[in-house]
Each structure stands twice: as C-alpha cells, then as structure tokens.
Design a protein around this ligand. Structure first.
Ligand code: KG4
Ligand code: ZN
Length: 365
C-alpha cells in the first residue's frame, strides 16, 4: 500500500510517500521545506506568514516527493494529512490541499493527529526496511504496553499505549511545553529562534561541572519529586529570567551564556528523564518511546538511553532518527497506515474530502 502524507501544522511544509509492506513502513521520499529563516526575524512563528509560505511551497514539495519516489498519483492508495493540533492558517493549507487531491484523484483521505504522527515516527524504516530509529535497543522488539514521552513545541505528555492507536495521558505539562521553554529561554538570552538547537549548541561550550562552574548557576528541577507524572516548565523559564536580571551585563559573556544554557538543558533533561523512569517503574511498560521535536536534543537522547539501560533489564526503547524527531510528513503517513488498518468501513474515506476539517485544538483519542 502507498500512502501520501502531508504536514503543515506549524512552519514546515512537508510531503512524504510511504510504502507499507509486510508490516514495514518504508519511506520512499520525505521532502521538508523549512521556514525557519523567515520566522527567525520575528523571534517565533507568525501564523499568517507561515500559511503564505505553505501555499507557495506546497506544490513544488508535492512534485518533488512524487518524483523522488518514482511514483505518480495513480500509485497512491491513501492520503493522510495533519488535521490538528496546530496553527489554523497553516493547517488549512495542508487540509485544503489534501481534500482537493482526494477529490481530483478519487483517493481515500484520512485526517491525522499531529502527536500520533510523532509517536509513529518510531516505526519508520528506510527503503530497504531497516529501522530509521536513531537510537534503540535492537535486541528488543517494540511491544505493548508502550510508555511514550512526547516533547514538542506545543506538548509535553507521558502517554500509555496498551495497543495501537490507544492513548491514555498519564501526565502532562501544567503550563509551558518543554520546547516552548527552550524557545522562551533562548529569547531571554538573545539566541534567536528556534531556541532548542541554539541552546543545545551553546550548552556544548560549557566545559563541565567537574571542570568548574565559574558562575555557580543553579536552576530548579520543577515537580521532579511530585507524586504524579505532570510537568511544569514555566517556573524554570522564570528562574532563568531572574538569573539574567541579577547580572544583565553578563548577557554578552559567552561563558555565562554557555553555563546558563547547560544548566537549563540539564534541568529540563533531569525532570523529563526522572519522570519517565518513575512512570515506567510504576506502569511496567515493555517499551519506552520518545517523540517530538525536543527528542532531537542530544543530551536528552543519551541521558534517557543511559537511564533506561540502568533501570530496566529488558526494556525495548526507541527515539526517532533526528530527521524524523522534528515535524515531517513521513510520520503522518505512518500513523495513517495504522489508522487505515484499524478501520472497518474504508469506503467512507472516499468522501472524507467533503467534511474533513482542520482542528487547531484537536485532542488525542
Ligand atoms: O515537534 P516539533 O518540530 O514541532 C511541534 O510540534 O511543536 O518541535 C519543535 C520544538 C521547538 O520548540 C524546538 O525549539 C524544539 O522542538 N527543538 C529542540 C531541539 N530541536 C528542536 N529542543 C531542544 N533541543 C533540540 N536539539
Ligand atoms: Zn511537531
């Protein structure tokens, strides 16, 4: 089965062609046109500008995705598009394109939850069927129940999956998402947008705690010992703001910025790793998955891997390949493949173009 995926929930225009065969999800193409440079000037994503860019880029991205897969529309069996959550002007370009293509080419159409896509990015393989997971315990197969840590610009959630497409949210952020905190802290420090990669890069310039901390910066680990699986990152961001207000003249000091970035990243990582391990001890999943843009963070990836291996003997785990941690259409097509399999009445998808609607606050269910 060949699935065409479309993703436009934020500032990436992406189209992918995926081949589902023998239970494998093989990426034939995954084209992403990023708008980072455009939004960087404004310090964050401007929804109407994003929509204009999606509109401009959609057709060239679609053409390139088809060309790279060496397929044409007659080969497509299903169109899967991000329906939400996300920025409504941005989502509308993807859903409208998908609806038009479904109508024109008489193909079934499925709306996908963006976070479901991030989770299913862990099941993607390359053309030959080799897992694209960036980090995994290859000795263990992914088995249910699965505990999933979703960390993106809009979400921070711990989700328990007892089977495919079944989600129980067992904890989530009470205020800012982890990625949002990275972005806001980067803004405070004058590091630009997107904040996650900028903070991660500056943090590498900090020598190490052992080598000595010049500025003795110490940030809180919010809710790390709370007896639930919720998160809070807004206080951590405010702590960075207060720290910089104490020493405004140091904002130009590279060593100070490196130390504050390192301490902030370590604080966020400590909380995310500690809560995930605590949830796994209590809920006893057979697999741990990471998902979302923040899972591209090298420290989070390696510290989570170490913590899982230290605490659990036979735990399967996976973190997507960095290219598939961030927004992409291959993950939307992957979730589409599983949704398609689960549907009893597939024929109704032929007319889904009539009523599929973008939903900025779509809930995961
Ligand atoms: O999943 P994603 O691409 O878009 C959303 O669904 O929100 O995630 C984007 C978020 C941004 O907040 C960005 O700063 C963060 O992921 N991010 C990172 C890194 N790369 C991207 N955060 C920390 N470290 C990174 N290396
Ligand atoms: Zn995302």
């Amino acid at each position: 089965m060949i699935i065409l995926g479309i993703e436009t929930s934020c500032d990436d225009t992406s189209v992918a062609i995926l081949k589902e065969a023998g239970g494998k999800l093989k990426i034939l193409s995954n084209i992403i046109s990023s708008q980072v440079n455009l939004h960087a000037k404004w310090g964050g994503v401007v929804p109407n500008l994003a929509a204009r860019e999606h509109l401009k880029n959609m057709m060239p991205v679609l053409d390139t995705a088809l060309e790279k897969s060496s397929l044409s529309f007659k080969n497509i069996d299903l169109i899967a598009v991000t329906r939400g959550p996300g920025l409504i002007p941005a989502l509308l370009i993807g859903t409208t394109t998908a609806k038009a293509l479904s109508y024109l080419h008489k193909k079934p159409l499925l709306g996908i939850h963006h976070i479901e896509g991030h989770i299913y990015a862990n099941l993607l393989t390359d053309k030959t069927g080799i897992a694209r997971s960036g980090m995994s315990n290859t000795k263990q197969k992914i088995k249910f129940p699965i505990l999933c840590l979703v960390v993106s610009g809009g979400h921070t959630q711990l989700i328990l999956m007892k089977k495919h497409l079944n989600y129980a949210i067992i904890g989530e952020t009470l205020d800012d998402a982890a990625g949002e905190a990275f972005d806001k802290v980067a803004r405070i420090l004058g590091l630009g947008y997107p904040g996650g990669p900028a903070i991660a890069l500056r943090a590498t310039e900090f020598p190490s705690r052992q080598a000595g901390s010049k500025f003795k910066i110490s940030l809180p680990r919010p809710m790390i010992d709370s007896d639930n699986f919720n998160f809070s990152f807004s206080g951590l961001k405010t702590a960075v703001l207060y720290e910089t207000k104490k020493h405004p003249h140091l904002l130009k000091n590279k060593k100070y910025i490196a130390e504050i970035c390192h301490e902030f990243q370590q604080s966020a990582t400590d909380v995310l790793v500690s809560k995930t391990i605590a949830a796994a001890k209590k809920l006893k999943p057979k697999t741990i998955l990471l998902a979302g843009g923040v899972s591209a963070n090298a420290e989070l990836r390696s510290q989570m891997k170490r913590a899982i291996e230290k605490n659990f003997k036979n735990m399967a785990y996976s973190i997507p390949d960095m290219n598939y941690s961030m927004d992409n259409a291959a993950m939307i097509a992957a979730a589409g493949a599983y949704r398609w399999k689960s549907l009893k009445n597939k024929t109704k998808l032929m007319s889904a173009w009539k009523n599929l609607e973008a939903e900025p606050n779509l809930k995961l269910s």
